[in-house]
Design a protein around this ligand. Structure first.
Ligand SMILES: [Zn+2]
Length: 302
């Protein structure tokens, strides 16, 4: 783990490859308020948190409160290391984590990355647009982008923005089709005029990454064809196009099917087509909606 002091009261703690079964460098951020310690995100499991807790505790004996920046596994699976603690999150984060279908899907896909036994420990203090600690000049802001629930911490006193996964190199992961909200969030970041910008997977970044991210998100939103010389960027862009399409199709299915929409059946129905082309996915989704409900035992109509 790498510990980097930030401003007058923050510490960026980065789990590096080898520190846990999750090989992607990932940071959590702690900030010492007057009478509490605020920890942003809990990495991939309780062992990660047990590894940093003695040092956090020695720096500040006050009450520890957790803030989940969004529902992804690498930000919430360590929540179970803090039984009884206040765990704050945007309301959509709570709803996603509370969904059995979503929780099981994350465990299936990323269970091999868990650090220690993960049990579901949900946020217990939720907010819609913002949550303030006025005496400490700290705010938690709903900043949709990478995911619909994505939220950020802004420390007004030190000018520090913890943007979590909304800013990442070489490109962000897009997990929603609601890209206008992402662009509004980036504009809001600019208006905050942060003196330091921290992220979950790219460390400390400069303001130019806000602009570069905005250019990319706007191009995807406009349906522009993009190509990348860098393999990582090219792969991520391909992944993003599929994720954006899947998000849009799910939202259309929910609107079309109303009360009979079922997330588990929807996931099962699309599962076999996930490695096919965007056009095939779109055609299969249209057929799934037209023939809803899918016949049980035949989750992938051809
Ligand atoms: Zn992440």
């Amino acid at each position: 783990m790498k510990y980097e002091p930030v401003g007058s009261r923050g510490t960026l703690i980065t789990f590096e490859p080898g520190d846990s079964p999750f090989s992607c460098p990932t940071s959590v951020y702690s900030t010492a308020l007057r009478d509490r310690l605020l920890l942003c995100d809990t990495h991939v499991g309780p062992r990660s948190m047990e590894a940093i807790l003695p040092r956090l505790r020695s720096a500040c004996a006050a009450e520890l409160m957790v803030f989940n920046t969004h529902y992804d596994f690498d930000h919430v699976w360590g929540n179970c290391a803090f039984p009884g603690a206040v765990i704050m999150a945007q309301s959509r984060c709570y709803e996603t984590l509370a969904s059995d279908v979503e929780w099981e899907a994350a465990l299936r896909a990323y269970g091999h990355c868990a650090a220690g036994p993960v049990t579901r420990c949900l946020p217990n203090l939720v907010f819609d647009t913002r949550l303030s600690f006025p005496g400490d000049d700290v705010e938690l802001l709903h900043t949709p982008g990478h995911t619909p629930d994505s939220s950020s911490l802004f420390d007004r006193r030190d000018g520090i923005l913890f943007a979590a996964d909304n800013l990442e190199r070489p490109l962000p992961y897009l997990q929603t089709h609601l890209l206008d909200g992402y662009l509004e969030t980036l504009e809001r970041y600019r208006r905050l005029e942060p003196s330091a910008i921290l992220t979950s997977h790219a460390g400390c970044v400069d303001r130019a990454l806000i602009d570069a991210t905005g250019d990319y998100v706007a191009a995807v939103a406009a349906g522009k064809a993009l190509s990348f010389a860098d393999d990582i960027a090219a792969d991520r862009h391909g992944w993003n196009l599929k994720a954006v399409l899947l998000s849009r199709l799910e939202s259309e299915a929910r609107a079309e099917l109303g009360a009979v929409f079922d997330l588990r059946a929807w996931h099962d129905g699309l599962a076999a087509a996930l490695d096919q082309s965007l056009g095939d996915l779109e055609r299969l989704a249209a057929r799934l909606i037209a023939e809803w409900p899918p016949a049980s035992g035949e989750p992938t109509p051809r």
